[in-house]
Design a protein around this ligand. Structure first.
Ligand SMILES: Cc1cc2nc3c(=O)[nH]c(=O)nc-3n(C[C@H](O)[C@H](O)[C@H](O)COP(=O)(O)OP(=O)(O)OC[C@H]3O[C@@H](n4cnc5c(N)ncnc54)[C@H](O)[C@@H]3O)c2cc1C
Length: 324
């Protein structure tokens, strides 16, 4: 394990100034970052602990019913928060499905969104595409847990459960950078180009950090849930998962996890067909098939297409059989 300096800034300005130094990395609960250092796939020289920043752990319900979540809020606090459970149940369920109680109590939402891929070639520091190799080793190798959407170059899937729910809930991400600059991006923008990025899976620039996540009032309530298929009944990463949301304005959002380098939102025209309601069994089968039309499973993960179809059919039955 390489040595590093630990910093615990008390203000956001100090944190972003510290993060601007070459080799600095944001630290949440450390449940992934410290493992990647030990695995020798990360070698930061300074760890900038964000948990002591003012408001970093706060979960604040706004007057309009939306919620602001500080980036260092623990996964366990999201899972247990009353307003998140009542109005953003898909997120509460996704948070509750993360790993073990110990991980949920230590891990933060910022770190969960920033965690690295779980691909075994990458984690074992083999010369895969992300480590500078010519091609993805999973592409022709052991790929049962890899992506069915996207053509690489990296075929790993993003491991975060909360990211799938946050995408369906159309959350936005507040990014803080040097000199007090902030910008707000969508979840899709956060993971844009994840399969093409050798340095990480997010679009954060060096020196930037996730400061907060905003859940919009428009996504509160309605019918929503998160469903996760795992290989084991106990803790595990998702083989496939789905966040399904029918908002109070009737709009539907369907986002698959475990199938791509980033949360995979199904084609909007399919969401619109589900929103218009009145679906019968045949139309649900046809829509699920259409949603997965672009899937290109690898040699060992064709089962994910069937799993995703089952998750979609169930969601379409729940959200799409009532008349709009
Ligand atoms: C055994 C095991 C099982 C797991 N199972 C699941 C699971 O089922 N579902 C799931 O979703 N996750 C799972 N995880 C991942 C776990 O949830 C993450 O390790 C955790 O959420 C990371 O949070 P952290 O605060 O400890 O992040 P850290 O380890 O502190 O950081 C992780 C990464 O994010 C960066 N980072 C941290 N905070 C910020 C920020 N505010 N802004 C920008 N970048 C930041 C760090 O620099 C680092 O690169 C599992 C992990 C393990 C070890």
């Amino acid at each position: 394990m390489t040595s590093f300096r630990y910093l615990a800034p008390a203000t956001r300005a100090d944190a972003t100034a510290a993060l601007a130094a070459p080799g600095a990395a944001p630290l949440g609960g450390g449940t992934d970052l410290l493992v990647t250092i030990k695995e020798r796939i990360a070698a930061p020289t300074e760890l900038v602990d964000l948990r002591r920043l003012p408001g970093a752990r706060d979960i604040t319900v706004r007057d309009d019913g939306g919620i602001r979540i500080g980036s260092a809020a623990r996964i366990a606090d999201l899972a247990a928060h009353p307003a998140i459970n009542v109005n953003f149940a898909a997120l509460a369920q996704a948070a509750a499905s993360v790993g073990t109680p110990a991980l949920r109590n230590m891990g933060t939402i910022g770190g969960n969104l920033g965690q690295r891929i779980r691909c075994w070639y990458f984690r074992r520091d083999l010369p895969c595409w992300k480590h500078g190799g010519a091609e993805c080793l999973a592409w022709k190798g052991e790929n049962q847990y890899h992506a069915i959407f996207g053509r690489g170059p990296c075929h790993a899937v993003h491991p975060s459960d909360p990211a799938i729910a946050l995408t369906a809930l159309e959350a936005t991400v507040e990014i803080a950078g040097a000199n007090g600059a902030t910008r707000t991006i969508t979840m899709a923008e956060l993971y844009d180009g994840a399969a093409n990025n050798r340095d990480g899976e997010t679009t954060l620039a060096d020196g930037e950090m996730i400061a907060a996540i905003e859940l919009p009032a428009e996504s509160a309530g309605g019918t929503q849930y998160y469903e996760k298929v795992m290989q084991r009944g106990a803790w595990d990463f998702a083989l496939t998962s789905l966040a399904a949301v029918r908002r109070t304005d009737g709009n539907v959002r369907l986002v698959l996890g475990g199938v791509a380098a980033a949360p995979y939102r199904v084609n909007e025209s399919i969401e619109e067909d589900v929103a218009s309601g009145g679906l019968d069994g045949d139309s649900i089968d046809a829509l699920a098939e259409r949603a997965l039309y672009d899937a290109e499973p690898l040699s060992q993960n064709g089962y994910k297409v069937w799993q995703a179809a089952a998750l979609l059919r169930r969601a379409m039955t729940t959200l799409g059989t009532a008349r709009a």
